[in-house]
Design a protein around this ligand. Structure first.
Ligand code: SF4
Length: 226
């Protein structure tokens, strides 16, 4: 699998925030979010092809029960099924982070679904039309909800009008509770996050959704391998 990076850290986002985990970042994505914080796995994918057994060997070398398969878009990696099965064999808890534009049934524990809002479209770029056409796939999101042992719906929020768009998406989905929905401020520095935290926290109080902290930014800043 083309691998951008593999590292051991603390989960910074979502239901498992704070849990020590090994992150396996696949390189390559079918979207091009304007604010992508891992362009080395999407806009300009970097990395080498690493065999699945070597990835599993590296995961097993860390004292963590939890593994996060992320990207890029791990769901488009040809080896993703083989990797999940191998990690299952060594009893790891598997989270997959996906924009949920493609589905396949995998032996995972948590689907971290991050549907992309219109704020992600890279206006003016050659990728804008393809991104806009691909970024939201309601039937695929619904399958992740229906067929995953656990899931979270994580929305990246940068402007107040995003809230109505999120509600419109949720209205097309079933099987979720308010506590499955996370609103995460978009930003990769403390100043930007602070400018959005307040009104997003109030939106969470008004809706019953969860506020999604970005703990890794606070702990380490916006650097690779953390
Ligand atoms: S889906 Fe994720 S990895 Fe792909 S471009 Fe968007 S933010 Fe980046």
């Amino acid at each position: 699998m083309k691998l951008a990076e593999l590292f051991y850290s603390i989960q910074g986002e979502g239901k498992l925030v704070g849990v020590p985990s090994v992150f396996v970042r696949a390189s390559g994505c079918n979207l091009r979010c304007s604010w992508c914080d891992t362009p080395y796995a999407s806009w300009k994918p970097q990395g080498e092809n690493v065999p699945v057994d070597e990835i599993v060997r590296q995961v097993a070398s860390y004292p963590a029960n939890h593994v996060v398969l992320t990207g890029g878009e791990p769901m488009i990696m040809p080896e993703i099924s083989e990797l999940c099965a191998a990690l299952r064999k060594i009893d790891r808890h598997i989270t997959i982070e996906t924009a949920a534009t493609v589905f396949q049934s995998l032996p995972i524990d948590l689907a971290s679904i991050s549907p992309k809002l219109s704020n992600s479209t890279p206006l003016g770029s050659e990728f804008a039309a393809a991104h806009e056409q691909t970024r939201l796939n309601i039937p695929v999101i619904q399958r992740f909800i229906n067929e995953s042992p656990d899931f979270q719906l994580k929305f990246v929020v940068s402007r107040e009008e995003d809230l109505a768009e999120i509600q419109d998406i949720l209205d097309q989905l079933s099987g979720w509770y308010n506590s499955d929905v996370l609103l995460m401020p978009e930003g990769v520095d403390a100043t930007t996050l602070a400018s959005r935290n307040g009104w997003i926290a109030e939106a969470c109080k008004a809706s019953g959704f969860r506020f999604c902290h970005r703990l890794h930014i606070e702990l380490y800043g916006n650097i690779r391998g953390v």
